[in-house]
Design a protein around this ligand. Structure first.
Ligand code: F6P
Length: 387
């Protein structure tokens, strides 16, 4: 495992792990890897529940006849996923006390004893940070970029994102007719902690009037102006999309609780900004307002055609990279073409080994930039971004 393998038939066994919050497309990536591996005479395995499986040495055989059969269209992950398993800083109970331990060497030994020639890490920025760290420890690792937020650095798009946008768009279509019927402001709160891609793209796809994203702190007076200008031309309803991580100018992000996703991760549970925005807009405009929070609907269920194809491409590409002996990289899409970038670049400035940086404000993630075509398009067609 420690020695790099070239495309010289020396590669025999590989393993996949799916880590972090689930997205539609996990299974399609798994299938893409398994099929490409089988076509090259390589056996494929899957660790159960991400890095937790790596630590517990828990894995199953994946093959296109049985365990990885009929999974292209299925949501979730046939090998599970874990949102709280930073094995470099792992929570254990010892003598009635909670302590955190670096158990990464146990994982390295597990991989070596199983004889896996490459580990594929399907996940977001935190997952790829651990992947980089395992790569420094000598494992052959190849990452595949996942997250509904579309915020993994160095790639144009992550798998799972398109499905989330599509679900949000369908919600907007439904909110449109009820909002129009009752002359209401319909607010839709979507996911997106520090990146507003879902809110922005769904707003364009679903014909929203306002999109509030984490990258642009909002002024609700500006939003109210937009809604009033619609009332003035006879449109007594408006659609407002709010990313869960959106915040007012000089204000704070809305936290509804805490989660236990491990160290180095933002352990706040976001949610609630949609309710606040709806209430304040009602006061500012005099129009009745309602909020709908879309939540986990965006992550579960069947992937779109786009995500099935993207996930399959990523899976096949990842296995291709393994056959070429290209490790320590992330399979990416750059200007529409499959490619790879080093995990070091994905991790960016986060050089500290073991410090998982999943979903934090300081993570090296890809945010919406003001010169992005989606921002320009939204502004051109008059979608208010709250600024
Ligand atoms: O990063 C993806 C994401 O869906 C975020 O948009 C959201 O804040 C978070 O995961 C929720 O994760 P959890 O599964 O811990 O509730």
């Amino acid at each position: 495992m420690v020695n790099k393998k070239g495309n010289d038939k020396s590669m025999k066994k590989v393993a996949i792990l799916a880590n972090g919050g689930d997205v539609a497309g996990f299974n399609a990536v798994i299938r893409g890897i398994v099929k490409t591996a089988e076509n090259n005479g390589i056996e494929c395995y899957g660790y159960i529940e991400g890095y937790k499986g790596l630590l517990e040495n828990s894995y199953i055989k994946l093959d296109s006849a049985t365990t990885a059969s009929g999974i292209l269209h299925k949501g979730g992950s046939v090998i599970g996923s874990s949102t709280n398993s930073n094995v470099f800083h792992y929570k254990v109970e010892e003598n009635g006390q909670t302590v955190y331990k670096d158990l990464s060497d146990v994982c390295v030994e597990n991989v070596k004893s199983a004889g896996f020639d490459c580990i594929f890490t399907l996940g977001g920025d935190g997952t790829q940070k651990s992947a980089r760290d395992f790569s420094l420890k000598g494992l052959n690792v190849i990452g595949v970029p996942k997250t509904i937020d579309n915020d993994v650095a160095c790639t144009d798009i992550t798998f799972g994102y398109n499905t989330a946008v599509s679900v949000a768009m369908q919600a907007l279509d439904r909110l449109h007719s009820t909002g129009e019927t009752h002359h209401r402001i319909m607010v839709l709160e979507v996911m997106g902690r520090y990146a507003g891609w879902i809110a922005l793209e769904a707003s364009i796809a679903g014909g929203a009037d306002v999109a509030l994203i984490p990258e642009i702190p909002y002024d609700l007076n500006k939003v109210a102006e937009k809604i009033k200008s619609r009332i003035n031309v006879g449109k007594r309803f408006s659609l407002v999309v709010v990313a869960e991580g959106a915040k007012p100018i000089n204000g704070e992000i809305t936290v509804k609780g805490l989660r236990d996703n491990g160290s180095g991760v933002d352990n706040t549970k976001l949610g609630g900004v949609g309710e606040t925005v709806a209430k304040q807009l009602e006061e500012l405009t005099g129009l009745e307002s309602r909020n709908t929070t879309l939540g986990y609907m965006q992550r579960g269920g069947t992937p779109t055609a786009y995500d099935r194809v993207l996930s399959t491409k990523y899976g096949a590409k990842a296995m291709e990279l393994a056959l070429e002996g290209k490790f320590g990289v992330l399979a990416v899409l750059k200007n529409g073409k499959l490619d790879s970038v080093s995990l070091e670049d994905v991790v960016g400035n986060n050089k500290e080994i073991g410090a998982v940086s999943g979903n934090t404000e300081n993570s090296n993630i890809r945010r919406v930039t003001m010169d992005d075509d989606l921002v320009k398009t939204a502004r051109n067609i008059g979608i208010s971004l709250g600024d």
